[in-house]
Design a protein around this ligand. Structure first.
Ligand code: UDP
Length: 334
């Protein structure tokens, strides 16, 4: 297939580009490099630009036909979305509408959308099935939900079929360790904890120890980035075979508290993670654990890296090759 990947320089997007190229597809990546930063992959065509740039999209779609779009480009930091919702609505919703209209104009009628568990908010279901109440508690989740609603309308009215993949907490890195998780600024628990363990940053703030969970810290469902890529390939196959669009949760149906993740980081690295009190972070739901039965049943999705320890290990190995000299030193004997 010939595919457009928006946000292909980001964490999940770059893993996807690698997986698509490896599967023999032809890929054009569109990214504005506002947060993504990684070297071009062999065989990849990279265009620097915005999904909100309609003339650019017309030029891209006009050059040659595309079989589908994989849409990763978005702002994705929950705390930032709470502070500056306007930027999130403009990029995530405004930008996506420009993309959808360009697709419609050019007859590109298949889309795989990176949605999020944030659409559920504190919905109360544990684990969360796809038909649970979607009541986001932060602007990031609201923008992802708004796009999901738009996609439902675009499918009914214009025949743009879409698979909405609701990621729970993406973690880990590719087997070769080429593309580690490296946000700028970093806000995610596992990379921050690894950096804190490696002495590359100060004590990790524990954002809330008074949640109604087993140890008072938030519980999340971590899913390996390579397993997310597998789900995208299956979603493409679904659309390619002419089936309708759908929404799927992608998680391992097992929740880990922040403290459990920190223990995991300590046992993988053999180093202590220094922590400090942080207080609750606005917009954080207490528990997000996926019921992913639908993805397993309808897409045939089989996550291959379910163990949290293996996810942390792959993140640690990838980090060693990129950002933490201390991690490299520790890992070099292996
Ligand atoms: N977290 C934390 N300290 C940090 C970063 C994250 O306690 O420095 C917590 C955060 O409050 C949440 C969990 O770790 O409960 C996962 O956060 P992350 O930002 O990785 O993903 P999110 O669930 O927000 O998408």
């Amino acid at each position: 297939m010939r595919l457009l990947v928006t946000g292909g320089a980001g964490y999940v997007g770059s893993h996807m580009v690698k997986a698509l190229l490896r599967a023999g597809h032809s890929v054009l990546t569109l990214d504005d490099f506002s947060t993504g930063r990684r070297p071009e992959l062999p065989g990849e065509i990279l265009v620097r630009g915005s999904i909100a740039d309609a003339p650019l999209l017309d030029a891209i779609f006009g050059e040659a036909p595309f079989d589908a779009v994989l849409h990763f480009a978005a702002r994705s930091i929950v705390s930032e979305s709470t502070r500056d919702p306007a930027a999130y609505w403009a990029s995530n919703v405004g930008g996506t509408l420009v993309l959808l209209e360009a697709m419609r104009r050019r007859g590109v009628l298949r889309l795989v959308f990176s949605s999020s568990a944030a659409v559920y908010g504190d919905c109360g279901a544990r684990p969360i099935p796809e038909d649970a109440l979607r009541r986001p508690v932060n602007a990031y989740g609201k923008t992802k939900l708004a796009v999901e609603h738009a996609l439902e309308d675009w499918e009914t009215a214009y025949g743009v079929r879409s698979v909405r993949l609701r990621y729970f907490n993406a973690a880990g890195a590719d087997e070769e360790g080429e593309l580690c998780e490296r946000h700028q600024p970093e806000t995610h628990l596992i990379p921050l904890a690894l950096q804190a363990a490696a002495g590359e940053r100060g004590p990790l703030p524990l954002y809330g120890e008074d949640y109604p969970t087993q140890d008072g810290t938030c519980v999340r469902d971590y899913v390996h980035v390579s397993d997310l890529c597998d789900a995208h390939l299956l979603a493409l196959a679904r659309l390619q075979s002419g089936q309708s669009g759908a929404a799927y949760n992608l998680g391992n149906s097992r929740g880990y508290s922040v403290r459990e993740v920190l223990h995991g980081v300590e046992s993988v690295t053999g180093m202590r993670v220094p922590v400090r009190k942080g207080g609750r972070r606005p917009g954080d739901p207490a528990v997000l654990v996926a019921d992913s039965a639908r993805a397993r049943r309808q897409l045939g999705w089989r996550p291959r890296h379910e163990a949290l320890g293996a996810m942390i290990e792959s993140a640690w190995r990838a980090m060693a090759g990129h950002v933490t000299p201390r991690a490299s030193a520790v890992l070099s004997p292996h």
